[in-house]
Design a protein around this ligand. Structure first.
Ligand SMILES: Cc1cc2nc3c(=O)[nH]c(=O)nc-3n(C[C@H](O)[C@H](O)[C@H](O)COP(=O)(O)O)c2cc1C
Length: 185
């Protein structure tokens, strides 16, 4: 009844971290394609709350410097070094943002949920490709508004790191036994 290919693709989606990227730069057109796929996510009243700020290989250092500046007091030297390596290996970063519509016509959680579905779309679209990535949700996401030139009602929900994956990464994170958390009534 269900399409096995679709099921396999969904099950194959995985987080791939910057330490697993080769450092090669992806074409901007691939990122645009992923963003376009994300746009097919559902949203209540079609509010389409997802908003993105994309940093490329040419502009990602601006974002890195900003993050290091806002966290200057908190970051230790080894954390700064780690962040620098992380950014070097990363090709693009999409800042995942969400916009409340003017009339607040649906509850905020629905807008967060819809934005998450958009992220899931682009994440799934990377399966079986040389593109990998993961959604990072550091505390400082909320402090990026003015740097990202977000408007009133918009906020950043984290950073999606994207990079080139040279060799297939096998990963098999155990999923819980969902039957225990499903009640048929
Ligand atoms: C909303 C959300 C926020 C996440 N934030 C982080 C994060 O801040 N740091 C991190 O290492 N992984 C983060 N992840 C990735 C999860 O750790 C990862 O999805 C989980 O371990 C399952 O692995 P998989 O994506 O390979 O299936 C986040 C995932 C989601 C959906």
């Amino acid at each position: 009844m269900l399409d096995k290919n679709v099921i396999q693709i969904i099950k194959s989606r995985k987080s791939i971290y910057p330490s697993q990227f080769s450092g090669k730069i992806l074409e901007n057109s691939i990122i645009s394609e992923l963003i376009d796929i994300s746009n097919y996510a559902p949203s209540h009243k079609m509010t389409q709350p997802w908003v993105y700020r994309v940093f490329t290989s040419k502009t990602k250092d601006k974002l890195l410097n900003h993050i290091l500046n806002i966290n200057y007091e908190n970051f230790r030297k080894h954390q700064v070094d780690k962040m620098k390596v992380k950014f070097q290996l990363t090709s693009h970063i999409i800042c995942i943002c969400m916009r409340r519509d003017k009339y607040k016509s649906v509850p905020e959680w629905e807008e967060v949920a819809a934005t998450s579905m958009a992220v899931q779309n682009l994440w799934i679209a990377m399966v079986n490709s040389k593109v990998g990535g993961y959604w990072s949700t550091p505390k400082y996401s909320k402090d990026l508004s003015s740097f990202l030139k977000l408007n009133e009602g918009e906020r950043c929900l984290g950073l999606f790191y994207l990079g080139y994956v040279e060799n297939e990464i096998s990963k098999n994170l155990l999923r819980k036994d969902i039957s225990k958390d499903t009640k048929w009534q």
